[in-house]
Design a protein around this ligand. Structure first.
Ligand code: SF4
Ligand code: SF4
Length: 147
């Protein structure tokens, strides 16, 4: 884990969990995930849904009194899980949207643009640069393979 240098400094204060805007819907809270990583519970951490629920808002990391890189560590976990082919289908679906449409969430309410006297379609939106970048990255490979 590239970001785990200060991980062992964690003293389980739970500040990361207190700062997290969505920890209340996590079965395993951020400070518990950090503890599990420290205990070497690799399989449980990498198969947990919580690492994919993280919003990457960095609230936890900004507030950690021990300078543990909590958000970055969760990034590392996602990368490791992806390397092992363990990516939720919802994340793969988002990747497909990105490759096919150049955006993560399709704007379906065209009438909103028309209401503002805008063209119904966003002009000049090309997905070619996104496709090219993703075709040369592991993200593109994962989406293609649907893992
Ligand atoms: S805020 Fe930092 S020290 Fe406290 S539990 Fe979270 S990671 Fe550990
Ligand atoms: S980065 Fe993730 S774990 Fe940290 S506070 Fe935000 S949502 Fe919670």
């Amino acid at each position: 884990m590239p970001n785990a240098e200060d991980l062992s400094a964690c003293f389980a204060c739970s500040t990361c969990t207190a700062a997290c805007p969505i920890a209340n819907v996590w079965d395993i809270k951020p400070h518990q995930l950090i503890r599990m990583i420290l205990l070497g519970m690799r399989e449980k951490v990498l198969s947990s849904k919580e690492i994919w629920l993280c919003l990457t808002c960095f609230e936890c990391q900004e507030r950690c009194p021990q300078l543990v890189r909590v958000t970055d560590i969760f990034f590392d976990c996602k990368n490791l899980a992806a390397e092992e082919g363990s990516v939720p289908s919802s994340i793969i679906a988002l990747g497909k949207e990105l490759i096919e449409k150049g955006q993560l969430y399709t704007v379906t309410a065209d009438w909103e643009r028309e209401d503002l006297d805008l063209e119904p379609e966003v002009p000049g939106l090309s997905t070619d640069p996104v496709k090219k970048i993703l075709s040369e990255t592991r993200t593109g490979r994962l989406v293609k393979e649907g893992k």
